[in-house]
Write a protein that binds this ligand. Structure first.
Ligand code: MG
Ligand code: ZN
Length: 225
């Protein structure tokens, strides 16, 4: 019988560093969002629109997780937001130890909101606490209706889901009400936002939700999740 003892110590160590990161964010009053999705769902485009809507309202920073490239970070930088790229060098998720050194590159006192774009992957990013206050997922209507049921963990742990590419609905087999029902079945507390990052539509309620979260954090109110 082979005894395997890998997962627990790795996750335990991760959770300790995540706690340190979280304490640091608390001291600086920064609300931190871990944004997850599969590749191609439009995480970066959604983030770009979010930055556009929050410009002049909140001081934002971004951590970009990517396996090899800096393409997404360059897109974010073009919006004039401080961004730090983490190349995971092959790893398909971010962990708390990757976040810790990245924080040295920010002026944490100058931030209200830090969004971490995780590596495009619906599986293991959900297993690694980064020290964030909340998680959100981007799910596009072109991905098929079965994603929530196939990858429930990421949706169970998220507080919000941006259902992206709704402008493409007429060209897909996606039943969006069924998709939303499935998401609510997995997590009844989920806030759902229908958006089109391409057309910059539907972002109002999402921006309000984010601003509310940031204000709660500033006031030191306990964060759900
Ligand atoms: Mg991206
Ligand atoms: Zn992974």
């Amino acid at each position: 019988m082979v005894k395997v003892r890998l997962a627990t110590p790795v996750l335990q160590e991760n959770n300790e560093v995540a706690r340190e990161n979280r304490e640091r964010f608390r001291k600086h009053g920064i609300f931190v969002l871990n944004l997850m999705s599969s590749p191609g769902s439009g995480k970066t485009s959604t983030l770009e629109r979010t930055i556009g809507h929050l410009a002049g309202r909140l001081r934002m920073g971004v951590i970009e997780g990517d396996i090899y490239t800096t393409k997404d970070a360059e897109r974010i930088e073009a919006h004039g937001v401080p961004v730090v790229q983490i190349n995971t060098a092959g790893s398909c998720h971010l962990d708390a130890r990757m976040i810790r050194p990245a924080l040295e590159d920010f002026d944490l006192d100058a931030l209200d909101l830090l969004i971490v774009e995780n590596v495009g992957n619906l599986v293991c990013p959900a297993e690694f606490d980064l020290g964030e206050d909340a998680r959100a997922a981007v799910l596009s209507v072109t991905e098929g209706n079965d994603k929530p049921m196939k990858y429930p963990l990421v949706f169970r742990q998220s507080e919000a889901v941006l259902i992206n590419k709704v402008d493409l609905l007429p060209y897909t087999d996606c039943d969006i009400s069924q998709l939303e029902k499935d998401l609510k079945l997995i997590n009844p507390e989920l806030q759902l936002f229908r958006v089109s990052a391409r057309l910059d539509e539907g972002f109002g309620p999402w921006i309000e939700w984010l601003q509310k979260k940031v204000q709660e954090k500033k006031r030191g109110e306990p964060q759900a999740g």
